[in-house]
Ligand binder design. Structure first.
Ligand code: ATP
Ligand code: MG
Ligand code: MG
Ligand code: MG
Length: 566
């Protein structure tokens, strides 16, 4: 590629609305352009990166035995009515009508479509297990699209769905997917962590999220550096749609239940006295502990008054203050249902409001949610956990101490069980000729989110520092005086051809701009290596080499160039 025949659109300034460094840099580097809220055009440069991520994902999915297909993005409403999600998915779903006033939706996820395919195409156990995947544009009408492509409304997802006759077969594919995801994120050059995640109202026997570690991440992760212990803390408004739960904040607005929940109801639901809840939040607010150890599907009777007495002393909120914070009438916390799945919603919402009350509404990066320890982890002693997080004692499995970090959810694998196959009647005949409901798993990766997450993890004052695997170009050749100096031009062209021959993804900056401009652009967009061709260097048979991660350039022999690039 030559810059003269490409389209670069870098700029010095980032629009003020961009909060995160990755969003700023993606705009400054000209990787994306905003069309509307949560809607972005991938510019030629950005698309190169997106395609590289996609290629790694595709290669590893194929290697893991998954089979690619492509489903329609627009889905007839009937399918979602059959599964029951048409009613419960909530406002994230973009509903559309065709010219005959028939209802459709733009797919935010594709369990129904693939299960429909399965019930039509899978007849015999002999066809199982099978794992289908696609790389496709999804639409979710996020309540707050932000951070550019990281929480967009239209985004690119790789979603896979596996079908099994037995639980053990599902377990095997689940493990294969877990390993494939680890390979993917390793190959992408990202620091990541797989964490046990909530299986939510759907039940199911297991779920893991893959998080790219970054301070700006929306999710908090409790982990033990010395063991495999890791669990996620999912943010209140980001509940996974595939768990069929509406987003928490939206539930509060939309659910129209006549039952009025009192403060006492909430305390009883959480299994902790209300004052103790407030005190726990106060502890969070002290910034020692920015998670609240509440699980929606768990009775927290273990957390008793006496057991948190060792924690920092905070003033309790009065009922009056809490009511004022919740903006609700006396003894009334809002129109929420009392079934199990809403307990989390109440908890999250309660925590959010109380946390605002305790530490001020604008506390930066404050995160409120329930810790989901995951069902496949040993049952932790919650009281000990609180102490561990606060005091750094050994963790639940006895090794090391529990730490907290932040992550960006880039992947999510899930044992679905029979929720969709049962609802849609997807069965196969087993060896005895008996119809059996198929067991399912689903596996998502946020392909476009990964680009933002990688930048969140790799950047400096000069711009983006991409891992080589997804840099828009592996190598930039920057000639000084390309337009004026025949010797430089010939050497640069020869070097360029040599690199192309060697299979290097190379860009030749033949714009003949000032060196500073060319250097700044190549650094800003995150090219992994740079070779400078200059008249002075050529006289000595030398080029100037600098890796994007190097602080300084160094002189190298012309003949050695290839060795530096890979
Ligand atoms: P989040 O908690 O961030 O809202 P999610 O749990 O709702 O994500 P899943 O249903 O698990 O998302 O979808 C699979 C993957 O799709 C996620 O792990 C994430 O990487 C990606 N993804 C989800 N929502 C978005 C979005 N709005 N923009 C970009 N990527 C997204
Ligand atoms: Mg979400
Ligand atoms: Mg999530
Ligand atoms: Mg998820």
């Amino acid at each position: 590629m030559r810059t003269s025949r490409f389209f670069l659109s870098t700029s010095k300034e980032a629009p003020a609305e961009a909060e995160l460094v990755s969003h700023k840099l993606m705009l400054r580097a000209g990787l994306i352009k905003r069309l509307g809220s949560g809607l972005y055009t991938w510019m030629p440069l950005g698309l190169r990166i997106l395609r590289k991520v996609e290629a790694v994902v595709r290669e590893e999915m194929n290697r893991a035995g998954a089979i690619e297909l492509l489903m329609p993005a627009v889905i007839p409403a009937e399918l979602w009515q059959e599964s029951g999600r048409w009613e419960v998915f909530g406002p994230q779903m973009l509903k559309i009508k065709d010219r005959h006033q028939r209802d459709f939706l733009f797919g935010p996820t594709h369990e129904e479509v693939i299960t429909d395919l399965a019930r039509k195409e899978l007849k015999s156990y002999k066809q199982l297990p099978v794992n289908f995947y696609q790389v496709q544009t999804k639409f979710r009408d996020e309540i707050r699209p932000r951070f550019g492509v990281m929480r967009a409304r239209e985004f690119l997802m790789k979603d896979a769905y596996s079908f099994h006759l037995t639980e053990s077969s599902l377990d095997e594919t689940y493990r294969t997917m877990h390993a494939a995801y680890s390979r993917i994120f390793e190959r992408l050059g990202l620091k990541f962590r797989a964490v046990a995640a909530d299986t939510g109202a759907i039940g199911g026997s297991g779920s893991h999220e893959f998080h790219v570690l970054a301070d700006s991440g929306e999710d908090a992760i409790a982990f033990c550096p010395d063991s495999d212990y890791a669990a996620n803390v999912e943010m209140a408004e980001g509940l996974a749609p595939n768990t069929a739960r509406p987003a928490a904040t939206e539930t509060m607005r939309d659910v129209d239940t006549p039952k009025q929940t009192t403060c006492e109801d909430v305390a009883a639901l959480l299994g902790i006295p209300l004052q103790k809840t407030v005190k726990l939040i106060a502890v969070m607010a002290a910034d020692k502990l920015n998670v609240l150890l509440i699980r929606g599907d768990h009775n927290l009777n273990e957390v008793k008054a006496a057991k948190i007495d060792g924690l920092a002393d905070f003033r309790f909120a009065t009922d009056e203050e809490i009511r004022a914070t919740f903006n609700c009438p006396p003894g009334f916390l809002g129109p929420v249902g009392l079934d199990r799945s809403t307990i989390r919603v109440i908890a999250d919402r309660t925590v959010a409001a109380m946390a605002d009350f305790v530490c001020g509404a604008n506390k930066p990066k404050f995160h409120t949610a329930g810790v989901n320890w995951g069902r496949d982890l040993p049952e932790p002693d919650l009281v000990a956990d609180i102490r561990n997080v606060v005091e750094g004692d050994p963790s639940p499995d006895g090794k090391g101490s529990l730490g907290l970090c932040r992550g960006i959810e880039v992947g999510h694998i899930f044992k679905l069980g029979t929720k969709y196959s049962e609802a849609l009647g997807a069965t196969v005949l087993d060896e005895q000729g008996k119809a059996r409901t198929v067991i399912m798993g689903c596996y998502g990766i946020g392909v476009s989110r990964i680009v933002g997450a990688a930048i969140e993890q790799g950047n400096d004052e000069r711009g983006i520092v991409f891992p080589q695997a997804i840099a828009p170009f592996e190598l930039a050749i920057v000639p000084l005086g390309y337009g004026r100096n025949a010797q430089v031009r010939e050497a640069a062209d020869a070097l360029y051809n040599q690199m192309v021959e060697a299979g290097v993804d190379v860009v030749l900056d033949d714009r003949d701009e000032r060196p500073g401009v060319m250097f700044a652009d190549m650094e800003l967009i995150g090219v992994a290596h740079r070779l400078v061709v200059s008249e002075r260097g050529l006289k000595e048979g030398q080029l100037e080499y600098q890796a994007r991660t190097d602080a300084q350039a160094s002189k190298i022999a012309q003949a050695d160039a290839a060795a530096y690039v890979k």
